[in-house]
Design a protein around this ligand. Structure first.
Ligand SMILES: [Zn+2]
Length: 274
């Protein structure tokens, strides 16, 4: 079964030219629905507890940069009668948009970067300089201030991956790993072992369309749905589905011409715990 073409050079060229990759996002969601997947936010999935039956496609979005793409993705989902989860960094908070999301039943949370911020602020050169207890207290404060800014209580948070994390080989989610999330006033962390070791069969992460037709790992929405994976997380960064500025679109065309595109990957998802 090949539902539609999302795997050719023409597909890449056209989605950049017409800036219409969101049409394909819609097609992936339709394909999931046709194949009896329930599409939902992380929190709605979490709430199911051990009563999980059938197949689920969990939609998670990390809003890493500011732009119209986040609103476009949200409106597409809302118009399709769906809800999902959006994690915002402090630098990408958009209060009016967040209020619309919450009023429509979407989940919103903090995309935290506590450890990487600390590394940058203090010029750390070794992860031993990082006091995890202090960092956890800082994360708690960050969650409270995020909630104060948006005016709502949140249920989960999600770690962001920054350059500083890979440089010092310490992730942000080391702060929540094996911790009692009540201490942070939350129910869960998006990458938690609780979710991934028990329930999630497949984690798909998007990429720019010029990398492996838009996906970071071997698993793609079509392959996962065809294989009937039971509980799939689809992590989609809005910026990869709609170019917020013509400049980004032009750069992608240039990258294509310069043969910077990658047409396959052997990478598979591995949950980072520390
Ligand atoms: Zn991120």
């Amino acid at each position: 079964m090949k539902a539609f073409d999302d795997h050719s050079k023409m597909f890449i060229f056209k989605t950049i030219l017409f800036n219409n990759r969101l049409d394909y996002y819609k097609k992936y969601l339709q394909l999931a629905r046709t194949n009896q997947y329930e599409i939902l936010s992380l929190f709605d999935f979490f709430k199911l507890g051990d009563k999980r039956n059938g197949k689920h496609l969990i939609l998670r979005h990390d809003v890493d940069s500011v732009g119209i793409s986040t609103r476009k993705m949200f409106e597409l989902e809302r118009n399709a009668g769906l809800t999902s989860t959006y994690y915002f960094r402090f630098s990408t908070i958009d209060v009016p948009l967040i209020h619309e999301m919450i009023n429509e039943g979407f989940e919103v949370g903090l995309h935290y970067e506590t450890v990487s911020d600390y590394i940058r602020e203090n010029g750390c050169t070794d992860k031993k300089q990082i006091n995890l207890k202090q960092m956890r207290e800082r994360l708690s404060k960050e969650i409270r201030s995020f909630e104060d800014i948006i005016g709502y209580k949140t249920t989960s948070c999600c770690s962001h991956g920054a350059y500083e994390n890979s440089k010092l080989e310490i992730s942000n989610n080391v702060l929540t790993e094996k911790q009692n999330m009540d201490d942070f006033g939350l129910k869960f962390e998006a990458y938690s072992a609780e979710l991934y070791e028990k329930y999630i069969d497949c984690h798909i992460m998007d990429n720019d369309v010029i990398y492996n037709y838009g996906f970071s790992y071997k698993d793609t929405p079509i392959s996962a749905i065809i294989q009937n994976k039971q509980n799939i997380v689809l992590l989609a960064h809005p910026k990869h589905w709609f170019y917020d500025t013509p400049a980004r679109q032009i750069w992608k065309v240039i990258a294509l011409i310069l043969r910077r595109a990658t047409y396959s990957t052997e990478r598979s998802f591995k949950r980072i715990a520390d």
